[in-house]
Ligand binder design. Structure first.
Ligand SMILES: CC(C)(COP(=O)(O)OP(=O)(O)OC[C@H]1O[C@@H](n2cnc3c(N)ncnc32)[C@H](O)[C@@H]1OP(=O)(O)O)[C@@H](O)C(=O)NCCC(=O)NCCS
Length: 170
């Protein structure tokens, strides 16, 4: 068995990434709002760059860097830092299928996004639902810092608690 790789997303990865996302939604309820169209959710027009984790020819993980678009984390960080929103991007769509977890693929995906953002003069922020404990542990282990709390609204009238983080200084 070849070691898993983390590499930039290619167009041919879309079907595999959508399949992995569907599996993660079934196992973890991520994202909470559900996914009517997994391919469109992964390839949103706001995606600036994306990476996948691949093991034995299968896409087992994904992350993207997305344009800042009014997220609570962006508002917290621009207010606290005085930086314009044009210098901020959002780490999003991070997932690894259950069978491939605890091999540092989540860590490598986050580090790929952070390195890319630094190279482009962007500071990354994100929000994570408080139910997604392993994701929160991962961000904190990698030096991300809490910058605020928010309530994520979805569906007709549902809401769930979220924590906003900023990536560590270079
Ligand atoms: C969050 C998520 C991406 C983490 O993926 P992952 O590939 O398991 O992440 P890592 O392997 O880097 O780290 C996970 C754990 O494995 C441990 N680990 C990493 N490499 C290891 C190894 N070689 N041997 C044993 N343990 C290892 C880490 O220390 C970490 O432990 P902890 O959870 O006790 O803190 C994954 O759990 C997931 O997809 N969750 C559902 C979706 C989600 O919540 N997304 C976040 C949205 S904001």
């Amino acid at each position: 068995m070849k070691p898993a790789t983390v590499r930039p997303f290619e167009d041919d990865d879309l079907a595999g990434a959508a399949e992995a996302l569907t599996a993660v939604h079934a196992s973890d309820g991520y994202p909470v709002e559900g996914i009517d169209d997994p391919k469109a959710w992964i390839r949103s027009a706001d995606v600036l760059a994306a990476w996948v984790a691949e093991a034995d020819g299968q896409i087992v993980g994904h992350v993207s860097v997305m344009r800042a678009y009014g997220e609570d984390a962006v508002a917290f960080w621009t207010e606290q830092s005085g930086e314009p929103a044009t210098h901020v991007a959002v780490l999003a769509r991070l997932f690894v299928v259950r069978e491939a977890r605890k091999q540092a693929l989540g860590e490598r995906l986050v580090q790929a996004a952070v390195s890319h953002a630094r190279a482009h003069g962007l500071r990354l922020v994100l929000d994570v639902m408080t139910k997604d404990r392993s994701a929160m542990r991962l961000y904190e282990r990698l030096g991300w810092r809490e910058i605020g709390r928010a309530s994520h609204r979805y569906g007709a009238d549902q809401s769930i608690d979220a924590v906003c983080y900023v990536s560590p200084d270079a």
